[in-house]
Ligand binder design. Structure first.
Ligand SMILES: Nc1ncnc2c1ncn2[C@@H]1O[C@H](COP(=O)(O)OP(=O)(O)OP(=O)(O)O)[C@@H](O)[C@H]1O
Ligand SMILES: [Mg+2]
Length: 440
């Protein structure tokens, strides 16, 4: 059914048979000709949601005599690297680049055969979709980043003709509006192993498809392995990103936005920028607390955190041995909690380039707010650090408002990170280097 209209659009040029099941992950096929207004694709990571959404947008652009689809994200700046790029990659892999124009400023894609367009709108800019003449569809990427009001404004601004709104997202918070607006009680459809597909929406005119990486025949073994490894790291993370089930409620988290990365890239960050070693942070342990060492790399606006050591009851001698076997050498800078000047001196005497973290009034909060200015990426092997990130919280008052005071728990590795970030990004270098040991 699709093939002839596609062929017509290309006026007899190269024909791609989109009914070829090898092009699509089979679970998505029923959505190709689904005419419901809302099509929600949600679930775990790497389940091909975005890829299929891009395929559908491309095909609709090519097969319809008139089509004008809007790519929507919370932040306009993110559209170019996500939806726009995915569409471009797919068009290119089909050998169809000659039929499309990819324009960057402002972002838009034009199907040259009939002028059909794909345009981009961020919800961070004043409004938005209203000004677009005769749209036929929208693709909301990472729908869970978009607030209910923005969604309502957008969906109500799309009038006339037949409109289709596609949404892709991970089910991060059970309390999200998407859940209460579109979904029935999760007990009625969620399967604990994540193995289910269509969910009957409480709204009319809505299709909901749940997928996991197991539905994506193109997933790499490395990605599958990483997703399975979440099982040992964090229940909530495994639930959301591996099984695609609604995640738990986490309020008052200090670091509420971070991602797991397989490994710190050796020289380049995720935007291709060079990354450099900022230093190692060290938080001293006692009998009950672990000694924590975290390696902190920095890319453009991004901190890459890698847990090197997290162990209780360590003597300084044992610590030196562990540091050597972790490959920390005399030229690597280590920033340690200044509460133990004697230990700092011992490590220094053993040949490590260790300095005390500077402390001052309110330095904990200042350090936290500095770290929060960066994107945080944590290596998958950093199990304890990930547990801390998931649990380090602000104190809350009885009404659930943050008191802006960190709870002194789940903060060993994260304090180590803070020491490095503060000394290396907030304080004049001169005041630090060359100082053997200072008590502050
Ligand atoms: N039909 C396909 N043909 C070829 N490769 C595909 C196809 N579908 C998915 N992939 C591959 O699988 C990878 C993961 O897909 P995609 O990024 O769409 O997942 P996702 O469900 O959007 O993940 P996330 O939840 O992280 O956003 C893609 O990078 C792509 O390489
Ligand atoms: Mg995606």
């Amino acid at each position: 059914m699709m093939k002839p209209s596609f062929a017509k659009a290309l006026e007899g040029a190269m024909i791609i048979d989109f009914s070829n099941p090898k092009i699509f992950n089979p679970v998505y096929l029923p959505l190709l000709n689904d005419t419901n207004r809302y099509i929600l694709m949600y679930g775990g990571r790497d389940s091909a949601k975005s890829y299929f959404a891009a395929q559908k947008v491309i095909i609709d652009t090519m097969r319809k005599s008139y089509s004008r689809i809007i790519l929507v994200r919370k932040a306009y700046a993110h559209i170019k690297d996500s939806q726009f790029q995915t569409i471009k990659d797919i068009v290119s892999s089909y050998g169809l680049m000659d039929y499309f124009a990819f324009v960057e400023n402002p972002l838009r894609i034009i199907f040259k055969k009939n002028g059909n367009m794909i345009i981009a709108r961020g919800l961070d800019k004043e409004h938005k979709t209203k000004s677009i003449k005769d749209p036929t569809g929208v693709w909301y990427e990472e729908m869970n980043e978009i607030g209910f009001n923005d969604f309502l404004k957008t969906t109500t601004s799309l009038r006339g003709g037949i409109i289709q709104e596609i949404a892709t997202f991970n089910p991060e918070m059970e309390t999200e509006w998407i859940n209460s607006y579109f979904f029935p009680a999760k007990e009625s459809y969620e399967k604990a192993d994540g193995n289910f597909h269509f969910v009957k929406s409480v709204r009319d005119d809505t299709t909901i498809l749940h997928t996991t990486y197991k539905d994506n025949t193109y997933v790499t073994p490395q990605s599958a392995e990483l997703l399975e490894s979440f099982k040992d790291i964090d229940d909530n993370y495994y639930k959301i990103y591996t099984l695609g089930l609604w995640g738990g409620v986490l309020e008052g988290l200090i670091y509420d936005s971070w991602e797991i990365t397989p490994l710190v890239p050796p020289y380049r960050g995720e935007n291709g920028e060079p990354i450099r070693l900022l230093g190692y942070g060290l938080d001293w342990g006692f009998t009950n607390d672990p000694t924590a060492i975290v390696r902190v790399n920095m890319g453009e606006n991004t901190l890459y955190l890698d847990e090197i050591l997290y162990k209780k009851g360590m003597t300084n001698q044992e610590l030196c041995r562990e540091m050597i076997s972790a490959g920390i050498n005399a030229s690597d800078e280590i920033v340690a909690d200044s509460a133990e000047p004697k230990s700092i001196q011992e490590l220094y005497a053993s040949g490590f380039n260790v300095h005390p973290a500077l402390k001052g009034p309110d330095s904990v909060r200042a350090g936290i707010s500095k770290i929060r200015q960066y994107k945080i990426r944590v290596t998958a092997r950093s199990r304890n650090l990930i547990r801390e990130l998931k649990n380090y919280r602000w104190k809350m008052d009885k009404d659930g408002n943050s008191l802006n005071i960190p709870i002194d728990n789940f903060n060993h590795g994260l304090d180590a990170v803070r020491y490095v970030v503060m000394n290396k990004t907030m304080i004049q270098k001169k005041r630090i280097f060359g100082v053997r040991s200072v008590s502050i």
